[in-house]
Design a protein around this ligand. Structure first.
Ligand SMILES: [Zn+2]
Length: 680
């Protein structure tokens, strides 16, 4: 006779930032038993596992904030993300919807929202948490036999489109499903299993390397462990005493954190599942408790006796081959670390938070920083792991609670490899490292001037974003003021002050959106987040300038004949004349030559432009036509069409008979794209 002892574990609390063992970290059985939890896919003791797949059920009540069809799409996509890991056998089947709201043993793996209370029917308390995963498991074997995921709809707003004032369902559900399969919290800032997210974030929808390795080591596809390598060793004091809870981190050749492990009570650590290659490995203390980046308080009770009183080790280089094992021991002296990196300031906020900063590829002049005790207040102590990042300047501050902070203004190359980078402060031979403190996001959309498609974009100007899956249909604005949502698609623009505004939209389609840079956004780095009804979210970075002149062309390409009209003043009478027309036989846009007329005529060229209205003064704008300077009469808003600017230039009479000539506009030292007009 054999008894199964079932324990319930309250785990998987996923919190909003700043509001209040083996590679990756697996959930241990208990406070005293570090053996990890897992489902048994081959010989299960639960009917939740059928044919090697876990059956999940969605509560048909869904969320009060989002139609059920969208909840379904977000949750099934979250399961699919884990199933899609090619090196992991974990797989899911969607079962019939349920009405169960039981988190203890129900015989179902159910997902549901709490809407009228933060306490479930069976007394699980979610207060302060976004969501919670409760597992039931065999306390001897560690086999998981039941689980439930509860979302906190009582305290938080939920959404599926990445909007700024709500929590993204797929972002959080993907994290919770990691708990369902047996993963605990990852100390790596960019991992989906990192314990915090915030409104509007969607990056946890995408698994990081640590998450993928975790799911692959627990449920390996055949061949996975032979195709990858292992780093293991022991962390101890000089006197040989074991160090429990040291964070050992492997960083790949691009500077991205691949995975990490915590040393166990016997001081040993193991990182399995590393792709062959060269790694930089170091051991560091977790942060003390409190609102720090990652502390033992983010882990299961098994880790409650770990210590963090030692300094970060030196780097060691490790080369890993397929099926190979490298052994690296670390000796760390017991002492209070001279430097601590506790919180991160990212480009999204001017506050220091216990969550990574996120910057897309191609972002320029963004501020990131670290606070913590002992950080230096002079010199150039700040660095970031890996290539593709330029640090323009380093500066210093003290936080409102008196912690020293080190900050830097950085730019990210468009070709920097996305992933979790380390923020490093070095001083006096010591280092504080915030592991995964900066996430480089793939830039999935390009933001350009609507006039010339250059990457220079100005405040209040007309801009276009190009990408994929930006919208589900083609839609055009029908009203002024322009709508901020078309076909369910919107663009959030966030400037360096943290101000976030919705862009007025002119046109949306799957591949292109035309919009105005929302008035009031500050010049400097701006992150555009494009959310569509289809649930896709794209990001694009731009460096907004006061002035970035772009001239519209007649064919819409930014090249060729100008989008313009000629204004003739004859005997005090003004008449407008077209400068282009469509040839009825070829369908091509052709020039209507401008006749300068008798010497008593004045002919003014009206050019349509964008990005020019904030020129410092009219004399800071110049226009040459065929190399001849024209007398500039106006350069500012066109005043009828949102975001459109106009330049009025008196055509010099010396241009007569010149034919096709180039028009070159410069404003505040920045030159627009060249367009052309034809002079008779
Ligand atoms: Zn969690």
């Amino acid at each position: 006779m054999k008894y199964l002892i079932y324990l319930l574990m309250f785990c998987g609390i996923f919190c909003l930032a700043a509001r209040p063992t083996a590679s990756y970290v697996r959930v241990p059985i208990s406070q005293t038993n570090g053996a990890p939890l897992a489902w048994n896919l081959a010989n299960p003791a639960t009917s939740i596992v059928q044919g090697g797949r876990l059956t999940y059920r969605l509560n048909s009540a869904g969320s009060d904030n989002v139609p059920f069809a969208q909840v379904e799409r977000a949750l099934t996509a979250s399961f699919q993300t884990w199933e899609d890991i090619p090196t992991s056998a974990i797989a899911f089947t969607r079962g019939a919807n349920t009405t169960s709201t039981i988190t203890a043993a129900s015989g179902q793996l159910e997902l549901f929202w709490l809407e009228t209370s933060e306490i479930t029917q069976d007394q699980l308390n979610l207060t302060g948490a976004l969501a919670l995963t409760r597992r039931q498991f065999n306390a001897v074997t560690g086999e998981i036999t039941d689980a439930a995921v509860v979302f906190n709809g009582f305290s938080y707003q939920w959404a599926v489109d990445g909007r700024a004032n709500a929590v993204d369902i797929q972002d959080v559900a993907t994290h919770e499903i990691g708990h369902v399969i047996g993963l605990s919290h990852s100390p790596i800032g960019g991992a989906t299993m990192y314990p915090r997210t915030t409104n509007g974030r969607t990056q946890n929808r995408v698994l990081a390397s640590d998450d993928i390795i975790g799911a692959s080591v627990i449920y390996p596809e055949p061949g996975f462990l032979n195709a990858t390598g292992t780093i293991r060793g022991r962390v101890s004091e000089p006197n040989g005493a074991n160090i429990f809870g040291a964070h050992v981190v492997a960083v790949d050749a691009n500077g991205n954190v691949t995975t990490s492990a915590l040393s166990q009570p016997d001081g040993t650590y193991t990182m399995q599942g590393l792709p062959p290659g060269n790694y930089t490995v170091f051991a560091e203390p977790l942060d003390p408790l409190g609102p720090s980046f990652f502390s033992r308080g983010d882990l299961d009770a098994f880790y409650s006796n770990t210590t963090s009183t030692y300094s970060t080790s030196a780097d060691v280089s490790v080369s890993i081959s397929a099926a190979g094992t490298a052994i690296r021991d670390f000796t760390l002296t017991r002492e209070t670390p001279a430097l601590g990196g506790y919180q991160v300031r990212g480009p999204e906020s001017t506050d220091f938070l216990n969550i990574s900063g996120q910057v897309p590829q191609g972002a320029s002049n963004v501020i990131v920083g670290v606070n913590g005790p002992g950080l230096p207040q002079s010199g150039t102590p700040f660095s970031i792991s890996g290539g593709g990042i330029t640090i323009h300047r380093t500066f210093f501050a003290t936080t409102s609670i008196g912690l020293p902070a080190v900050l830097a203004e950085i730019s990210i190359s468009p070709t920097a490899i996305p992933g979790s980078r380390n923020l490093i402060v070095s001083s006096g031979g010591q280092r504080a490292i915030v592991v995964g403190g900066l996430e480089i996001l793939p830039s999935t959309a390009a933001v350009v001037s609507s006039a010339n498609f250059a990457f220079n974009v100005a405040q209040e100007s007309l801009a276009s974003v190009f990408g994929g899956n930006l919208a589900t249909a083609i839609a055009q604005a029908q009203t002024v003021p322009l709508p901020t949502s078309l076909d369910g698609t919107s663009i959030r623009l966030r400037d360096a002050s943290g101000q976030e505004l919705l862009a007025p939209l002119l046109f949306v389609s799957p591949g292109q959106i035309n919009f105005q840079i929302a008035p009031g956004l500050l010049a400097g780095p701006v992150l555009a987040t494009i959310g569509g009804r289809n649930g896709f979210v794209s990001t694009g970075a731009m460096n907004l300038a006061p002035v970035a002149p772009g001239l519209f062309s007649a064919n819409g390409t930014g090249q060729g004949l100008a989008a313009a009209v000629a204004l003739r003043i004859r005997n005090g009478v003004q008449t407008f004349e077209p400068v282009t027309r469509i040839d009825p036989t070829t369908g091509q846009i052709v020039a209507v030559p401008i006749d300068l007329g008798p010497p008593t005529d004045q002919v003014v060229l009206l050019l349509f432009a964008t990005g020019i209205r904030f020129r410092s003064q009219l004399s800071a704008v110049s226009c040459t036509i065929g190399g001849q300077p024209g007398s500039l009469l106006y350069a500012g808003p066109q005043n009828e069409f949102v975001g459109l600017d106009q330049i009025n230039v008196l055509l010099p009479r010396s241009l007569a008979t010149r034919g096709l000539v180039n028009v070159v506009v410069t404003a505040d030292g920045r030159t627009a794209n060249t367009v052309a007009v034809n002079i008779r």
